[in-house]
Ligand binder design. Structure first.
Ligand code: MF3
Ligand code: CO
Ligand code: CO
Length: 291
């Protein structure tokens, strides 16, 4: 049993403010949604101002590492070279690459080329070629806080078909962000992305989604892109999660590489593209913490 929080008590979030001027109104509003059967966020995933600042700083490191890769990436280098660059830059900035050793993952970054959907493992045998498209996905731990984002890079003379896929995957993030505001639902983001993707003749990967992030690598909620408007978790200020839809040129179906246990590719072998953003839900909308 716990005592009811009184209006003049310090708020549960650790802000030091009185409950009545801090989370009291938000809690009441969340409760009304809960009462009508909506999925609402547990308190533990609502970040305090201090935690948000920590994730923001981590996001800055993640952005710097990706900016550095954008400068350095070129035809003829291996994906292992990208791994080395990420590892060194991350350390120089005082961060730790979150993927290294994560559930046994062996590298500091994921590098997924062409028909690879995600979790491509850097290798000195994979050389970037003219016309390739590649996703570079970096996750930082800085001062204990996590931030996760990824970008696509086009190498040399990329076909119009591939360029359009890469652009559509980027646009899908903007479409999702338009729905990223308090008192919307995660399903609003999911459906908007799915509708947009279909309108372009592409498909969204169904089995893999985004995730809450900040205190851990993968937290609640799971962020699907094949969900319906008005369903899934209610969006509330202080939630931090990724939007990272994987957009396929052909069919949505994917296969896992059984040999390495990580890499996911399209089943039909056609290309796939993905961008990833770490986003904070605020009172008035959202703030991008890493991109
Ligand atoms: N960064 C990926 C994501 O967006 C997760 C990579 S986990 C790894 O969620 F182990 F494959 F690196
Ligand atoms: Co992620
Ligand atoms: Co990522």
């Amino acid at each position: 049993m716990i005592a009811k929080l009184e209006r003049n008590d310090p708020c549960w979030c650790g802000s030091g403010k009185k409950y009545k001027v801090c989370h009291s109104n938000t809690d009441e509003r969340i409760n009304r949604y809960r009462q009508i059967g909506c999925v609402v966020p547990p308190r533990k995933i609502l970040k305090s101002a201090e935690q948000i600042q920590g994730i923001r700083e981590s996001g800055k490191v993640n952005i710097k590492v990706l900016d550095y890769i954008a400068e350095q990436i070129h035809i003829g280098m291996s994906t292992e070279d990208i791994n080395t660059l990420v590892n060194h830059k991350m350390k120089e900035l005082g961060g730790i690459p979150a993927t290294l050793g994560f559930e046994g993952y062996p590298k500091s970054v994921c590098t997924s080329i062409n028909g690879e959907v995600c979790h491509g493992i850097p290798s000195d045998k994979v050389i970037l070629k003219d016309g390739d498209i590649i996703n570079v996905d970096v996750t930082t731990i800085f001062n204990g806080y996590f931030a996760d984002s990824s970008r696509m890079f086009c190498l040399g003379a990329v076909s119009d078909e591939r360029k359009q896929l890469v652009e559509a995957a980027k646009k899908a993030i903007d479409i999702g962000l338009e729905q990223a505001k308090s008192w919307n639902f995660l399903g609003d983001i999911g459906q908007a992305i799915d509708d947009f993707t279909r309108s372009k003749g592409y498909s969204v990967v169904r089995e893999i989604g985004g995730h809450g992030i900040g205190i851990e690598f993968h937290e609640e909620p799971y962020v699907s892109y094949v969900s319906q408007k008005g369903t899934e978790m209610l969006l509330v200020p202080g939630m931090v999660f990724t939007i990272e839809p994987m957009i396929n040129m052909g069919k949505a179906d994917v296969v896992l590489n059984e040999e390495n246990g990580w890499t996911i590719s399209t089943k039909d072998g056609k290309d796939s593209a993905q961008w990833e953003v770490t986003v904070l839900i605020t009172e008035s909308g959202y703030e991008i913490l890493a991109y």
